[in-house]
Design a protein around this ligand. Structure first.
Ligand SMILES: Cc1cc2nc3c(=O)[nH]c(=O)nc-3n(C[C@H](O)[C@H](O)[C@H](O)COP(=O)(O)O)c2cc1C
Length: 359
């Protein structure tokens, strides 16, 4: 069987049997343009259009007001948000899809202006990220975040638990915990954002503890079959620096493996030095790879990691954004619509629900 054929065979992820091994990667699109951070009808259409994916992972959704990192991202902390998300999950299920909600706490990649000027961003330590963030008042420098107290840490773990319960109440098939790309969980894993000397930092055990405890709480709340996690070792995005990568991630993945999660969503990156081989040995449950491409277009080639045995599923971001019927196009080997970055973050239907299908 060729790699491309295998990508179109079913695979069990948690309690679901997915129709293929092609995953829509989580993508923030900033279209929850209302005061309650509610998902909209347009968002329901966007996700339903992409229901031919084996699995859809939503854009990052904040588990609390302070966890929001960008304007117009949807939340999963209020009952109104649960009701609004139900329309999204119903539309996706009616179209034959399976959908997990990504729970994303942005930590220091945020700004108090996103929280009515009242709540300062929270992070493991009071160290600002370098650069600027897009806020309701335009681009602004990152603020020095508030170093989380023990109480903040426990409250945030509770917020993840509550958001996961809300996701299930809204009809999601599960949740993906965002442990990647320089947001709160990744900040705890890093050396430059986490300067703590207590049990939540300092050693490898300390650096991984918050990620493990969040995951444990979410598993307790909704069951391991409904929980995946995303990790991006060695990804410097959002001012992250990690020195102890192999020790940190092998220990983290070993701990997470004991929780029997639905999947691990691993973002490849050229600085990882073959870490994926070690991770694959440690992780016997489904592994989704988000393949890294620097100098070529993504497409059918990326499905080869399924045949190679490194991945059970492969996720696509930009290609899924621009091609609502991506599995059919991968099967055909194209042609592909090209994504327009000008419409990635915010706006309406243009560059969102108007990418054409093959037929
Ligand atoms: C517009 C856009 C928004 C994104 N938002 C998120 C997000 O909310 N959560 C996340 O984990 N990754 C996010 N990503 C990263 C993608 O999930 C994916 O890892 C990245 O685009 C690389 O995969 P690709 O080459 O297939 O696009 C985003 C990417 C894009 C292009």
């Amino acid at each position: 069987m060729s790699s491309v054929e295998k990508a179109f065979t079913p695979v069990q992820v948690g309690s679901k049997v997915l129709k293929n091994r092609i995953v829509m990667a989580p993508m923030t699109r900033n279209r929850a343009d209302n005061p309650g951070a509610l998902p909209t009808e347009l968002m329901a259409l966007y996700y339903a259009q992409r229901a031919s994916a084996g699995l859809i992972v939503t854009e990052g959704t904040q588990p609390s007001i302070v966890g929001q990192g960008y304007p117009n991202t949807p939340g999963l902390h209020s009952s109104e948000q649960v009701d609004a998300w139900r329309r999204v999950t119903e539309a996706v299920h009616a179209a034959g899809g399976v959908i997990f909600a990504q729970i994303m706490h942005s930590g220091r990649i945020s700004h108090s202006d996103l929280h009515d000027g009242e709540l300062m961003p929270l992070a493991p330590s009071a160290v600002a990220a370098e650069g600027q963030v897009f806020t309701t008042k335009g681009m602004q420098d990152f603020q020095v975040p508030v170093a989380m107290t023990e109480e903040d840490i426990h409250q945030t773990i509770e917020d993840f638990r509550h958001a996961a319960q809300n996701a299930i109440a809204a009809g999601f098939d599960g949740v993906e915990i965002h442990g990647a790309n320089g947001y709160l969980l990744h900040q705890f894993l890093s050396d430059n954002a986490n300067l703590r000397t207590d049990e939540w930092g300092a050693t490898v055990e300390g650096h991984i503890k918050f990620v493990v405890e969040v995951t444990r709480a979410v598993v307790e709340a909704v069951g391991a079959d409904h929980v995946g996690i995303r990790l991006s070792p060695a990804n410097p995005f959002n001012s992250i620096s990690e020195s102890n990568i192999e020790a940190t991630y092998t220990q983290l993945v070993s701990e997470l493996a004991t929780l029997n999660l639905a999947y691990l969503h691993f973002m490849e990156n050229p600085m990882q030095n073959g870490l994926i081989k070690k991770i694959r040995d440690l992780w016997t449950n489904p592994l989704i790879i988000n393949t890294f491409v620097a100098d070529r277009s993504k497409g059918r080639n990326d499905l080869e990691s399924i045949e190679d045995g490194f991945a059970d599923l492969v996720s696509f971001g930009q290609l899924f954004l621009a091609n609502p019927d991506l599995p059919a196009r991968l099967e055909n080997d194209g042609p592909y619509n090209v994504a327009d970055p000008a419409t990635f973050y915010g706006g309406g239907a243009e560059g969102y629900t108007d990418y054409p299908t093959l037929n």
